[in-house]
Design a binder for this molecule. Structure first.
Ligand code: ZN
Ligand code: ZN
Length: 150
């Protein structure tokens, strides 16, 4: 598989929130959970996971989505486009919505999550599939390594 070369950049729907990523992504994924279906107004969400220290976002953002422990979802304050999520404090990783990136076409999902809530007519060409989520940090590490070595 081709490895897209950083930097990557993009913007929300209205352009007020500009994102930039200076490192290679850590993982690409699709999530089929019901929350992501509602958030994306679609059948699944698409994520490019990137190192937090490689990521910048300018523009006014607001916190939205479901308020849950360890996850904060950021939206453009002007157009309310879903831009990224902070996953855990100290994880060092950002879940950027693939759709805001100009290079979105390069980031086919490598992993899919929450297939137990998947719409039955969706089929994605992923390498790894989970009924829910990876169960351990070691399993996540294996996915990151598999993605890097793809
Ligand atoms: Zn916007
Ligand atoms: Zn989800």
């Amino acid at each position: 598989m081709q490895h897209p070369k950083p930097p990557f950049s993009g913007a929300c729907l209205c352009g007020a929130a500009q994102v930039r990523v200076t490192a290679e992504p850590l993982l690409t994924l699709a999530c089929h959970c019901r929350d992501c279906q509602k958030l994306s107004a679609s059948a699944f969400s698409l994520t490019v996971m990137v190192p937090q220290d490689s990521f910048t976002c300018s523009g006014d953002l607001i916190v939205g989505g479901r308020k849950s422990d360890g996850r904060v979802h950021y939206f453009c304050a002007s157009c309310l486009n879903f831009v990224y999520s902070q996953i855990g404090t100290g994880s060092g990783r950002i879940n950027l919505r693939s759709s805001v990136l100009k290079e979105a076409a390069l980031f086919a999902p490598f992993v899919e999550l929450m297939t137990e809530e998947k719409q039955p007519w969706v089929s994605l060409p992923v390498q790894h599939s989970f009924a829910r989520y990876p169960e351990s940090a070691a399993q996540v590490q294996d996915l990151l390594e598999a993605y890097r070595d793809r």
